[in-house]
Design a protein around this ligand. Structure first.
Ligand code: SF4
Ligand code: SF4
Length: 174
């Protein structure tokens, strides 16, 4: 994102959508930068949460929704706890992500995890070595979740289809 973006005209209509989608405190931000200074993800990357909030506040939809930055937040809530203005930053990130996904933007690692949830009911798969370790610890090799309940898994899959989750995250899903 270039600094030229800051010279564009604000778009209050998009800001209103952010507020209505869950980012209701976005207009409280006064750009102090405490969030960016606290962000563990920003220490490792070029991600600057202050800029994301600013762009949402100004309604710069095209700068914020397709941006990879949106997916670099780990939702650790450090910034949320430290913001002196009480800006619910993670709620803003979530609102923006929801809007981004509806427009077809989603970081591939997030999409893959969402697909796993839809297909298996879990964020991570159960590997053979996990089963062996569970057995060694005296546990059932397969935990008593949807992994060992075919009917429950079918229900999870059905919910994913009925609520449109599949369509959002799996290419070609109906
Ligand atoms: S800490 Fe709060 S007020 Fe300061 S820049 Fe971040 S969101 Fe804005
Ligand atoms: S919640 Fe996200 S933006 Fe805030 S400090 Fe954690 S990683 Fe950074």
């Amino acid at each position: 994102m270039s600094n030229l973006a800051e010279a564009k005209e604000p778009n209050p209509e998009f800001t209103r959508k952010v507020v209505e989608s869950g980012g209701k405190t976005v207009n409280l931000c006064f750009q102090c930068g405490t969030c960016t200074g606290s962000c563990p993800s920003g220490r490792q990357t070029a991600f600057r949460i202050r800029k994301v909030v600013r762009r949402a506040q100004l309604g710069f939809e095209e700068d914020v929704l397709p941006s990879d930055d949106l997916w670099l937040c780990t939702t650790c809530f450090t910034c949320y706890e430290r913001c002196p203005r009480g800006v619910e930053i993670v709620d803003i990130v979530m609102a923006l992500r929801n809007m981004a996904v509806k427009k077809g933007y989603m970081a591939e690692p997030h999409r893959k995890i969402a697909e796993l949830v839809s297909k298996t009911g879990h964020l991570v798969t159960l590997r053979e070595e996990d089963k062996a370790l569970r057995a060694k610890l005296g546990l059932e090799p397969v935990p008593p979740t949807v992994l060992s309940d075919a009917k429950a898994l079918e229900e999870v899959k059905k919910i994913a289809v009925l609520c449109g989750f599949d369509k959002l995250i799996i290419p070609g899903a109906k």
